[in-house]
Design a protein around this ligand. Structure first.
Ligand SMILES: NC(=O)c1ccc[n+]([C@@H]2O[C@H](COP(=O)([O-])OP(=O)(O)OC[C@H]3O[C@@H](n4cnc5c(N)ncnc54)[C@H](O)[C@@H]3O)[C@@H](O)[C@H]2O)c1
Length: 333
């Protein structure tokens, strides 16, 4: 089978990681590197001497031997560039989030349908073996009925101007929530504050309620002394935490909860049983994600984080953004 020829566009902070992973995968060739900046092309080009270089995506799209384009450009460019890639007859991997609003995300999904090409969104955590095992455990019923989920994504991290903490950090947690729970929230409340740049929230607290009655909360911040990336699921039988900062214990299951007393009468006793951590394969999630994209191209299978799932994430983020904006105008006493 011939190699899948990939072009990587956007070689700032994240794009070089995608180029590195695609070029390391068997049966894949990074044929083009594209960035608006000559400096980025020169810097990353040294690591991929066989790849051609372009400052304008049009040059890449004109090459009929390119099968797929990977977009790691700033979020406001995603939808327009993805539509151009798909309309040129190439498959498209676009970094998260798919777009800055639902209308643009729908445009990209429609372009993929029209062109009959793949659209996959880089919702990295859906390819994390620890998240995969957490989903398996939750789906098996071991945790009982899922009651609520909360996540912390905190750091003194990259300060962004064209997205706030909700869109930049929350895109990860929303994709995991939708993946784990298999439903979209019906109610969203969000509050946040901007300290570094006016109008760009550095910290966001977001509460969601789902049609099944489950709830979720996200605490997102790039202005925090702690580096935390945790997600806790509380079920009727057991509880579990995914901690991406922990090297050895990425996933921990707690046999904790309340049991009804033998006598009944609505009395409960606390159960505080075993705590265990299953072994998680230590493969790089980004490598798995890139492999998944290539596999989908080869087999025609629908990627896990396809355009429709990327659109669902954008729908939640757009509603949360509206809630955030509404919360800026509270009624004063
Ligand atoms: N999955 C993850 O964990 C993860 C982590 C970081 C960033 N990201 C995502 O990656 C994307 C890029 O983020 P970043 O931090 O690397 O941004 P960045 O600003 O560091 O890099 C963007 C690059 O795109 C280039 N660019 C801009 N417009 C272009 C165009 N029209 N054609 C070609 N090149 C163009 C810029 O010159 C720049 O080099 C975002 O969607 C972000 O959300 C994902």
């Amino acid at each position: 089978m011939s190699d899948v020829r990939v072009a990587v566009a956007g070689l700032g902070y994240w794009g070089p990681n995608l180029a590195r992973n695609f070029s390391a995968l068997p049966g894949c060739e990074v044929a083009w590197l594209c960035d608006a900046s000559d400096e980025a092309l020169e810097r990353i080009g040294r690591q991929h001497p066989g790849a051609r270089q372009a400052t304008d995506l049009a040059e890449v799209l004109a090459d009929d031997t390119v099968d797929a384009v990977v977009l790691a450009t700033p979020v406001p460019t995603h939808a327009d560039l993805a539509v151009r890639v798909l309309e040129s007859g190439k498959h498209c991997f676009v970094e998260k989030p798919l777009a800055t609003d639902v209308a643009d995300a729908e445009r990209a999904v429609a372009a993929a349908d029209r062109a009959g090409r793949l659209l996959m969104v880089g919702h990295l955590l859906e390819y994390h073996p620890g998240v995969g095992l957490l989903k398996e455990i939750a789906d098996s019923g071991e945790l009982g009925d899922l009651h609520y989920v909360y996540s912390h994504r905190l750091n003194l991290g990259k300060l962004r101007a064209d997205e706030n903490a909700l869109w930049s950090l929350g895109a990860h947690d929303v994709s995991v929530l939708l993946y784990l729970l298999g439903e979209e929230p019906s109610e969203i409340e969000a509050r946040g504050e901007s300290y570094m740049r006016p109008g760009v929230e550095d910290v966001v607290f977001c509460f969601m309620r789902f049609p099944s009655g489950r709830a979720a909360h996200m605490h997102l911040s790039w202005l925090d002394p702690h580096k935390e990336r945790t997600l806790t699921v509380v079920g009727s039988k057991k509880m579990a935490t995914f901690d991406d900062m922990d090297i050895e214990r990425k996933l921990t299951v707690y046999d904790k909860g309340f049991d009804e007393t033998a006598e009944g009468y609505g009395e409960y006793i606390t159960r505080s049983g075993d705590i265990w951590s299953p072994r998680i394969p230590s493969r790089e999630p980004l490598r798995i994600e890139c492999e998944h994209f290539l596999e989908a191209i080869r087999t025609g299978a629908k990627p896990r984080s396809d355009g429709a799932s990327g659109l669902r994430v954008v729908r939640v983020l757009e509603t949360a953004q509206a809630a955030l904006e509404a919360s800026r105008r509270p009624a004063h006493v």
